[in-house]
Ligand binder design. Structure first.
Ligand code: ZN
Ligand code: ZN
Length: 252
């Protein structure tokens, strides 16, 4: 039975935009809580699958994680508001070429903008005020993806909404991009490298992707690896550090 399909999204968005703000905000909050749960679930599955130690999340991590989720719900609500006014347009018609171009565009544009945002946070006093919260974890665990200062969460969210306001992306590209965003985030905060034994040659795509080691090294050494999905911008701007993190999860 077909309960829901992507073609239902436009009417759903119209309903939410026309209804009380409290309802849409609650729906977006639930959706973001679900994303947090799924992300942590995927993290746990990978850690267990590779027989890695599972370090407990502190109550403080849960508190900040829930705050991040709530801010993400507010950002989604803001996106809906811009959509209802026509400032943010979404293409709901499936077109393979537009999907591929849109997904690649979102992936690389967001990778570059987040690299710039992240790099400048580290060069200014904002690091101490905002970003040091995320860097309390020298050896990250999956929940650290959500352990962010509210201003940082807002910054990333507004960046994404800003990109969506520039071009009308296909809904399929937006949804796949959002899934990849969470997946890369979890991979970066596993605290160990699951792809250590994967065959690598100099042409392998893995050499250019933001792996677990890539972001884990950034948590150990704040002067390198500011990228997220790829290491291309770090290579270009001379901040790339190759190798493996020194600490992290232990085998069980
Ligand atoms: Zn950082
Ligand atoms: Zn991190």
């Amino acid at each position: 039975m077909d309960f829901f399909s992507l073609s239902d999204i436009p009417s759903l968005l119209t309903h939410l935009a026309d209804g009380p703000v409290g309802i849409s905000l609650f729906v977006f909050w639930l959706l973001n809580v679900l994303i947090l749960g799924m992300a942590l679930g995927i993290g746990q599955l990978i850690l267990r699958g590779y027989h890695q130690q599972i370090r407990p999340n502190r109550p403080k991590d849960w508190g900040i994680g829930m705050l991040t989720v709530s801010i993400n719900a507010l950002i989604t609500q803001f996106g809906l508001y811009l959509y209802s006014l026509g400032y943010l347009q979404v293409d709901f018609v499936w077109q393979p070429s537009k999907f591929v171009l849109g997904l690649l565009g979102l992936f690389f544009a967001m990778d570059l903008f987040m690299f710039i945002f992240h790099y400048f946070i580290h060069q200014t006093k904002l690091h101490k005020i905002i970003h040091s919260l995320h860097h309390q974890a020298m050896h990250p665990k999956p929940i650290d993806l959500f352990v962010l200062h509210p201003i940082e969460t807002l910054g990333f969210g507004i960046l994404f909404i800003g990109v969506l306001c520039c071009i009308s992306f296909q809904i399929h590209a937006i949804l796949i991009y959002l899934m990849l965003n969470v997946l890369f985030g979890i991979i970066g905060h596993l605290g160990f490298e699951p792809l250590k034994k994967w065959p690598k040659n100099k042409y392998s795509l893995l050499n250019y992707l933001g792996t677990s080691s890539f972001h884990h090294l950034h948590h150990e050494d704040l002067s390198c690896n500011f990228g997220f999905y790829t290491n291309l911008w770090d290579r270009l701007f001379g901040t790339y550090q190759k190798g493996e993190a020194r600490g992290g999860n232990k085998m069980i």
